[in-house]
Design a protein around this ligand. Structure first.
Ligand code: IMP
Length: 192
């Protein structure tokens, strides 16, 4: 079986990728525990490229990296590429964001996801981006998902990502939007 390393240590993301990749007969491995990749890029795409190249070289396997985050209109796009570094835990990140938005009537936001596949010899095989639009709610709602899911209501659904089942989130998510664009190239790379 062919192997694909998912360049992430985020359990929520790995779980979502396993579902998205379940139609492909690939052995999915997580990022080696002892490898830390510095996210020094200025965009989601730059960071996805850095992670894919570094994990692929280190593991000597083809690697798929995701860099994603939440961009809030009233905060000029913050936390953006700093979404995971905004505070120390999901709870604190959510609390900080709700505090930063206190009194703001414009709650528009979107999740962005950049995906990149790289080969061990340093080739970028494919790069794509996806997006999901929504609103930041006043109080967390729902139990599912990870990260900012409890405060992100998907446009036109009245449900936060955390109130959706994994399947409902999968249909709407920025990661799926990007993944769907990646599929034709993924098939070519692995000769499916
Ligand atoms: P990264 O690992 O640097 O790409 O960090 C992405 C961060 O953005 C995660 O730690 C989450 O806080 C947030 N994030 C990305 N995708 C999602 C999602 O689907 N739901 C909720 N939060 C997300």
């Amino acid at each position: 079986m062919k192997t694909l390393v998912v360049a992430s240590k985020n359990k929520g993301k790995i779980k979502e990728f396993k579902r998205l990749l379940s139609d492909f007969s690939l052995l999915i491995k997580g990022q080696p525990e002892n490898l830390e990749v510095k996210e020094t890029g200025n965009t989601f795409s730059e960071n996805a490229r850095l992670k894919a190249l570094s994990v692929s070289r280190y593991s000597n396997e083809i690697a798929l990296a995701d860099d994603s985050g939440l961009c809030v209109e009233s905060l000029d796009g913050a936390p953006g590429i700093f979404s995971s570094r905004y505070a120390n835990s999901d709870f604190e990140r959510i609390s900080r964001l709700l505090k930063d938005l206190e009194g703001c009537s414009n709650r528009r936001a979107f999740f962005s996801c950049a995906l990149c596949i790289a080969s061990p010899i340093g080739e970028i095989l494919v790069e794509v981006e996806g997006r999901c639009d929504g609103l930041i709610v006043n109080k967390p709602r729902g139990k599912n998902g990870f990260g900012y899911d409890p405060i992100f209501e998907v446009l036109g659904t009245q449900l936060t990502f955390s109130e959706m089942s994994s399947y409902q989130k999968e249909v709407k998510s920025h990661r799926t939007d990007a993944f769907n664009k990646l599929v034709p190239e993924l098939k070519k790379i692995f000769n499916f």
